[in-house]
Design a protein around this ligand. Structure first.
Ligand code: DNO
Length: 369
């Protein structure tokens, strides 16, 4: 297992790479080129600059989160073919610079959603929260305006004002789309790219929809064990796998994350590990990583990863804003401190499960008896 940390890029992240380098046990970052619109091929010069910069900081970059899927592909429009061509070109260029895994999602129109970006907790920290009835009661424009007001420095990916201007059109495009048609569009994409992923040895890792429920009338498919099974079966291959996101899948009460890990086993290429605390059946806030502070059992999750011999990449996921960290100036959920504590905690659990070897974070070590 390799412990990584999400970094949004030099102009997009207030956290310098050197701080990440100082987090014990973190050996690499996962990153992206956020300014390049979905559907466009990433220029090789940008990829070279990004990878050189990360290597110069003494960190690895083997995972990209995300190379986004253009809406034409999800909608199955004729223009999808040229977008798929660009996607393959991006994959080729990334492979050339040592990228081994691409995280992406199949969420229609918008990426993840929350009702609150900076919800105050009694200990003086703040965190993200999801209140289902509230999100169901407002329009996407209202939610976008709330985000823009709350998160003053960085735009929320997927919620950019430019995209919001066309939101009605984008939502309307999905009206009447059946589940079968959506799966067929996903299959078309997978059939086109997975042979290239195999050739380039890039593990494709689909991220579950977050939250795992329909919002704004949009279809949400990658939300359950059954649907993930169905998605991966669209094009069976070791290179067609999953980003196991405990916070996304775990936001459906009763989801058995350790069982999901054991079922998908070697198809789990990348793991986002975080906790959340249910307030009732549908609402939750994102707690600190510790089992005792949330609703998910983190030991059981790490144990399941150990049991399947997980040798991919892990990252701590969303953290709270603590220690007066520039709230409203940093990226919601992506402050430095609580995620660093999360990484240390997860590595501690891992060390308890597997003998420690200072130079080997690959997971290729025998579990403790
Ligand atoms: C949220 C993230 C997601 C994720 C994408 C993957 O914090 O987990 O935005 O990066 O959905 O494509």
């Amino acid at each position: 297992m390799k412990m990584t940390f999400r970094w949004f890029g030099e102009s997009q992240d207030p956290i310098p790479l050197r701080y990440i380098k100082q987090i014990p046990g973190v050996t690499g970052v996962v990153t992206s080129l956020l300014d390049i619109p979905a559907g466009e091929a990433w220029p090789e010069s940008r990829i070279r600059h990004m990878t050189e910069q990360i290597a110069a900081a003494g960190l690895e970059v083997e995972v990209i989160e995300s190379v986004n899927i253009h809406e034409d592909i999800k909608l199955g429009l004729a223009a999808r073919d040229e977008k798929i061509e660009s996607y393959i070109l991006t994959m080729e260029r990334l492979a050339k610079y040592g990228i081994k895994c691409i995280c992406y999602n199949m969420m229609p129109v918008i990426d993840w959603a929350r009702s609150d970006l900076y919800y105050d907790l009694p200990d003086g920290s703040n965190t993200m929260r999801y209140e289902a009835a509230f999100v169901d009661s407002i329009t996407p424009e209202e939610l976008a305006a709330r985000y823009a007001k709350d998160s003053q420095t960085y735009e929320m990916p997927g919620w950019e004002p430019e995209r919001m201007k066309k939101i009605r059109e984008a939502l309307a495009a999905y009206e009447g789309m059946s589940e079968a048609a959506f799966y067929a569009n996903m299959k078309y994409f997978l059939d086109a790219i997975i042979p290239h992923a195999e050739r380039l040895d890039i593990k494709m890792a689909v991220h579950p929809d977050d939250p795992p429920r329909p919002i704004f009338g949009l279809p949400k498919l990658i939300i359950s064990r059954e649907n993930i099974r169905k998605y991966l079966a669209l094009h069976p291959s070791k290179h067609n796998g999953l980003t196991l996101c405990t916070g996304s899948l775990g936001a459906k009460k009763g989801a058995d994350i350790p069982a999901i890990i054991r079922e998908f086993g070697e198809l789990i290429h990348f793991a986002h590990v975080r906790n959340l605390k249910f307030e009732n059946d549908t609402d939750f806030y994102e707690s600190a990583h510790l089992t005792s502070l949330g609703s998910l059992d983190m030991y059981e999750i790490m144990k399941a990863l150990s049991d399947i011999g997980f040798s991919g990449w892990v990252r701590p996921d969303h953290g709270r804003m603590i220690w007066d960290e520039a709230t409203r100036k940093g990226r919601p959920g992506y402050g430095l401190y609580d995620r660093a504590l999360g990484a240390a905690y997860l590595l501690g659990l891992w060390e308890g499960l597997r003998p420690f070897s200072p130079n080997d974070f690959s997971g290729n070590i025998v579990p403790k008896p």
